[in-house]
Design a binder for this molecule. Sequence first.
Ligand SMILES: [Zn+2]
Length: 565
Amino acid sequence: MSGGLYILKIMGEYMKNKSLLVLLISLILFNSCSDKKEIQKAVDSIRAEDLKSNISVLASDEFKGRAPGTDGEAKTIKYLEEQFKKIGVLPGNGKSYLQEISIVKIGTDLQSVKAVVSDKGKNFPMTVPKDFVIGTTRFVENSSLNNSGLIFAGYGIVAPEYNWNDYAGLDVKGKTVVVLVNDPGFATGDKNLFNGKSMTYYGRWTYKFEEAAKQGAAGILIVHETEAAGYPWSVVENSWTGTRVYLDAPDKNFSNCVFNGWITTETAQKLFEMSGIDFNKTALSASQRGFKPVPLSSSISVSFKSRLAYAKSNNVIGVLPGSELKDQYIIYTAHWDHFGVKPNVTQGDSILNGALDNATGVAGVLQLAKAFASLPKTQKRSVVFLAVTGEEAGLLGSDFYAKHPIFPLNKTAAVINMDALNIFGRTKDITLVGYKDSGLDDYAEKIVKENGRYVAPESTPEKGTYFRSDHFSFAKAGVPVLYFAMGVDNAEHGKQWGLDQSAKWLKENYHKPSDEYNPAIWKFDGMVDDLKIIFETGYDLSNTDKFPNWFEGSKFKPARDAMMK
Ligand SMILES: [Zn+2]
């Protein structure tokens, strides 16, 4: 650009001369062509071999599933620091590549769990994890609750903008609420109810726990249903029978419920039956306007012990300073953590390697860092590479960063997130989760088109993917985000095949020990294609002085507008 302007200045006085004008135009064209060529070197530096070697290390058994605050973390952050240094990425936090976070690890002692639902002399003792799972977010060793009345509170949602309140006129103090997962829009498919089939934040379990606590409930049980949750019971079981991780909190989380839990659909049916209520019918009515909460005649008594451990975990952060707009930032994010080692496994594989989820995304961040580092001419804005911790525990690392930003959020033009890259081969499309949300989409779309591909919205918006990875922490804080995910329109086998592959993978491997790196099956050509697009999009954003905003009507826009004033 600056070269073109210089030529313009010199040639200005000769502008009337036609042949010189032609020369001028060709000079400018040549100039931008050579720019493109220089970027091309960076683009070509993204290579399958490097991805393979990074992923094979990060997802190896030696890294023990990369759980926050463990030996697996120590290995992971050391490896990432080494890679950053090798690439030439500078420490992102002063002299350090680390942003330390105080965490609390809580694991329910499964042997200690006693839970009985009683109703007029009838007892239903529930067992973990067949009937339900339970835990506390409070930093205490002993949790118990006696004869807490059960109330079915529909979807457990208070959403004024949708004119919806499942807690209206309800006093749940000391009570245990039973709520459905997802939201009424999902259940009915009605486009005018919430966001239709697309899950809103109100559909997420995290929200339901928050709201129940806010309402003063003593306990909450979410009824699991595979379709509505977006994953099978085994996923809930895996997350809740192991150790869960929380950010340290001054109030030791005593503002939260005594216990949080999930029950299976079968358990819900039994509970309702004890009170002479048909669960399926009542659940159906919960998605209709005018639904009133239904008190069950039963109550629950629970007690359990928890193992508590205070620990430190780390976000890993590096930066490649920009040239002219050094104090403005583009941040690439991917979570490095996964679930670690599953306890009480006597047979078979106990290590949750998290190869696809999310060794791929972290390897992607390293490739992008390498691409930016190999640019012959430094990009204008600084580019930050942020591998966050605690995503699997509830977006902890990104949430902490968004609340304690190292680089000011109002100087951060975009956050570009990666979580599970493409291992199924080339696709014609690339997915943008949260497509049509902000002006960042234009940058992505331009590059995708130039690469002869097309942008697709999420194929399964009902799963609430938008709320399930780290970009969401930044969106909540107001920073516009791009979340690239793998496409499904497979270049060789078509779209249905692609959809089937991801559904199959989700069912068989998601959050399971079988999410392992398999060099014999994994394809890297699609992953490399995607990363090139992710690089070029970030590159364009790093060379503009614009701050594309959320579109009008976005719930994240007010926060952005406020910080940009
Ligand atoms: Zn993930």
